[in-house]
Design a protein around this ligand. Structure first.
Ligand code: SAH
Length: 221
């Protein structure tokens, strides 16, 4: 098979498998049209190794090197839908850029995305992916998400894509009034996905169900 036919063949496969993925997300309860459209539009296969690209539209987390993963599309969709519940947002902070997939999903839905990654090679990789897709409304920082991004706070929403064992209080402080924090909290292997809304008087917590994320570690490297 020549490389040309191979890439055309892959294009068709990916169109069919993308449709299948959308159907699956819908069946699992994702209803926000804008989120579904964004999942259909962002080429997930461009965020991973070519060797794994044929599996890019499976609804599963996949390895991206450095012991990390690209998040499962369902979880990306669910977290994104949760913060967009009351309509469009201006400023969103993500903790755990990884390869930049969730960052790219958010970039098409909000005005500006800020994203922090502790691991320098992944920060560099994400910059490359975002640049290749000509996305211009993201700011990527190599740093420790436990500190949040005080210079850019407050945020309308914060998405944490690595799991802390306890809630990072600093992130609550960096939320706008009415803002939302979505974060998987708990020990390795099984966490509860919490949606925390900041009101004038208090923080209101909702449990969105069990999830499994890589741990949120301390410090940058
Ligand atoms: N958002 C990514 C998921 C990446 S996996 C996606 O869309 O696929 C989680 C990422 O969180 C890993 O890259 C890991 O290095 C990073 N991470 C873990 N602890 C962190 C911390 N304290 N600050 C910033 N990033 C962290």
């Amino acid at each position: 098979m020549t490389p040309r036919t191979h890439s055309q063949g892959f294009g068709m496969t990916s169109l069919r498998t993308r449709e299948r993925l959308l159907q699956r997300l819908y069946d699992q309860g994702i209803r926000d049209e804008k989120v579904l459209t964004q999942i259909a539009t962002v080429p997930r296969h461009k965020f991973m190794d070519e060797a794994l690209a044929s599996r890019a539209y499976e609804d599963t987390a996949l390895p991206i090197g450095h012991g990390q993963t690209i998040s499962q599309p369902y979880v990306v969709a669910k977290m994104t839908e949760a913060i967009l519940r009351d309509g469009p947002l201006e400023k969103v902070l993500e903790i755990g850029t990884g390869c930049g997939y969730q960052t790219a999903i958010l970039a098409g839905l909000v005005r500006q995305v800020y994203s922090i990654e502790r691991h320098l090679p992944l920060n560099t990789m994400a910059r490359r992916h975002i640049r290749n897709l000509r996305i211009h409304n993201t700011s990527l920082l190599h740093g420790d998400g436990w500190k949040g991004w005080p210079a850019r706070a407050p945020f309308d929403a914060i998405i944490v894509t690595a799991a802390p064992e306890t809630l990072p209080e600093v992130l609550l402080e960096q939320l706008e009034i009415g803002g939302r924090l979505v974060v998987p909290v708990g020990p390795s292997g099984r966490q509860d996905l919490l949606l925390i809304t900041r009101t004038e008087e208090e923080f209101v917590t909702e449990n969105l169900g069990a999830v499994s994320f890589v741990p949120m570690l301390h410090g940058k490297r």
